[in-house]
Design a protein around this ligand. Structure first.
Ligand SMILES: Cc1cc2nc3c(=O)[nH]c(=O)nc-3n(C[C@H](O)[C@H](O)[C@H](O)COP(=O)(O)O)c2cc1C
Ligand code: SF4
Length: 611
């Protein structure tokens, strides 16, 4: 393929728009993908030249992110979520229906180039599945009649801008507002109060509140902010700025890629001012001038609204130069879109991605608070953490700390999906029991709950009196419910597929281990498992957990190990009664040859030994 003069001019304008910064590579590639429906090789070459980066980097980034493709996608690129909650609502059957209807195969583009189809790990709409995307835009609540409408629009070549809006509209589904959702902070009020009180005192309030990060790891927020503020003064690693105070950065982690998690989607949709207020407070405290919102690629539908909120905040002097008239308080926020890589939620991978690279997790230490974006001190916090920080700045640390438990102050916003009458957003003070949550959301006949998404823990009925909190059941917010009609092995199999797909491939234990775990679960679910396999996968799971480089690999075996420990009988009931069956079915593979040679006598088959 050659690039026309018009396309070259378009590309140069895009690169110029992004300031010719190599850090913008991923954002530029997203624009290229939209324009050409793939990333053509000559464009990679031009980009490498214009940004002054090696061609290998452009290729490496292109291949890393699932939203970028080297092969042309259809003008309408349809995706269906492969999250377990969507499976439970019949997404696979719908996928087949859609493919038949449009004459397109899974993972392929139709010959006329109009439409392509693929499954994606999760679309962030687990409360309104089966859900999908068209060219990155949400398609909630899919059923056959919606697919008929979508197919007709595709076949009639109706531009997306003219599709009926009801096909795209996602709901917040806030079912139970609590401490934060019932006490929204008016734009600018927390900042004004903090400037009156003094930013150092605001940090003391965050300290008193006991707020811990809501993204999963639960690190004390005030410590993170203090470490960043106190971080390296001199620029030993940054010679250009020698002698000056090193730039600081504030990053809001809105990657929210854990299947079953969608509370950040709702916070960004309906409480964006408060998210940005929290980020601006943090910037004032640590002395940052630049912030980033790293927004997951599947949340494209939120982008324009978020840009509008940022523009309004600039107009209100809540962002920009001299915020609220305070000389030297300069801060602004840029939105950086992800491109379909769950690993980019891991904070160091996120920073790599912000720098325009593949999302490969860094070695830690050093941590981002001292060596983050461009090697400079950087605070990375979850969306909900910033929302809580803004509320604490206004209402005080004691107010927040008077809720929750000894080690888990305040509230937690949960994303609830799966087998319950009322999926959606629920906010509880920490310390609430699982039984209470199940009752509130209308769950019945519950077999188990996956708390914290696929990387969390699966608990059974006998544990429903356990409580949410860092001292017992910590969670980033995902709460997936499974009733007694569900097949636990199929659930675990879905999770192993997720991790094998999302492993970034950097370290061998995770790259190979997650694929082996996926293969083992496929074998078990297909009824070919043997007693030896259970021992093997138990050992393999422990190994992947212990030897992987980052949190993805370290948690990938959690659902498998948790269910194997709690429900060994479920696994045993699926075993074939032989001591070992190889993953490779030689007898089956030879069946074509047998058919061709007309042999089907006993000697043409491999014998299997019974235990
Ligand atoms: C594989 C992986 C994915 C993650 N995804 C997210 C995410 O989507 N959002 C998030 O806030 N934290 C995520 N985290 C945790 C972040 O690394 C980090 O701890 C968090 O953003 C810090 O913010 P907090 O202190 O406010 O929780 C993820 C971690 C791992 C290992
Ligand atoms: S553990 Fe997995 S995701 Fe993490 S660095 Fe290794 S391969 Fe990548």
């Amino acid at each position: 393929m050659t690039i026309s003069d018009a396309d070259q001019a378009w590309l140069s304008a895009v690169v110029a728009n992004h300031g010719r910064h190599a850090t913008r590579l991923l954002q530029i590639l997203r624009d290229v993908q939209d324009h050409f429906r793939h990333i053509p090789r000559p464009v990679m070459q031009l980009l490498a030249e214009q940004l002054g980066v090696p061609l290998a980097q452009v290729q490496g980034v292109t291949e890393f992110y699932s939203f970028l493709s080297t092969q042309p996608q259809g003008r309408y690129h349809l995706q269906l979520s492969d999250s377990i909650s969507d499976h439970m609502l019949g997404s696979r059957a719908l996928g087949t229906y859609l493919c038949d209807k449009l004459g397109v195969a899974d993972g392929e583009t139709r010959a006329d180039g109009r439409v392509s189809f693929a499954y994606t790990s999760c679309s962030g709409l687990c409360d309104q599945g089966p859900a999908g995307l068209v060219n990155g835009w949400w398609l909630p609540k899919l059923d056959r009649s919606r697919i008929d409408r979508i197919s007709a629009l595709v076949e009639a070549d109706v531009p997306l801008s003219q599709w009926p809006q009801d096909l795209f509209s996602a709901r917040d589904n806030v079912r139970r507002p609590g401490l934060l959702l019932s006490n929204p902070v008016a734009s600018g009020s927390a900042l004004k109060w903090s400037l009156m009180r003094g930013l150092a005192s605001t940090l003391d309030e965050v300290d008193k509140s006991g707020l811990r990060g809501r993204g999963g790891a639960g690190f004390q927020t005030s410590w993170k902010w203090r470490f960043c503020f106190e971080g390296p003064e001199e620029t030993a690693v940054c010679p250009v700025e020698k002698g000056e105070r090193m730039e600081r950065y504030v990053v809001c982690n809105a990657d929210e890629g854990e299947p079953g998690t969608f509370k950040d989607r709702v916070l960004l949709n309906s409480h964006a001012h408060q998210v940005f207020e929290g980020m601006t407070l943090c910037a004032g405290i640590v002395g940052a001038k630049q912030g980033f919102l790293y927004l997951r690629g599947e949340y494209l539908a939120l982008r324009a609204k978020l840009e509008a909120v940022l523009a309004e905040r600039r107009r209100l002097n809540l962002l920009g130069v001299g915020i609220l008239g305070r000389e030297g308080f300069d801060f602004d926020i840029e939105i950086h879109m992800g491109a379909g890589a769950y690993i980019c939620g891991e904070e160091s991978a996120l920073i790599e991605s912000l720098e325009g690279k593949r999302g490969t997790p860094r070695n830690r230490p050093p941590y981002p608070v001292t060596h983050g974006y461009l090697g400079r001190p950087t605070v990375v916090n979850n969306v909900e953490t910033f929302v809580a920080a803004a509320a604490i700045a206004l209402k005080g640390g004691v107010w927040f700390a008077s809720h929750g438990t000894e080690k888990s102050k305040g509230s937690k916003i949960l994303s609830i999906c799966g087998d319950c009458a009322r999926p959606g957003i629920y906010e509880y003070d920490f310390g609430v029991s699982i039984a209470q949550i199940l009752k509130d959301c209308g769950a019945a006949n519950t077999f188990g709950v996956q708390v914290g998404g696929p990387s969390g823990v699966f608990i059974g009925e006998q544990e429903f009196e356990r409580r949410l909190g860092f001292e017992d059941l910590a969670t980033g917010g995902s709460f997936m419910i499974f009733d007694k009609t569900r097949d636990v092995l199929e659930i675990v199999r879905n999770f192993t597929h997720f991790f094998a797909h999302e492993s970034c491939g950097f370290c061998t234990p995770c790259r190979v281990g997650t694929s082996l775990l996926r293969n083992a679960m496929d074998k078990l679910c297909a009824g070919h498992g043997a007693a030896g396999d259970l021992v093997e996968i138990g050992n393999l799971g422990q190994f992947v957990r212990a030897a992987s480089h980052c949190g993805l690999g370290q948690t990938a075996a959690n659902p498998l190990l948790a269910t194997l420990e709690r429900f060994p009988e479920l696994y045993q009931s699926r075993l074939k009664s032989i001591s070992f069956e190889p993953g490779f079915d030689l007898d089956g593979e030879l069946s074509t040859a047998r058919r061709m040679t007309g042999r089907d006598d006993a000697h043409a088959h491999l014998e299997q030994e019974s235990v």
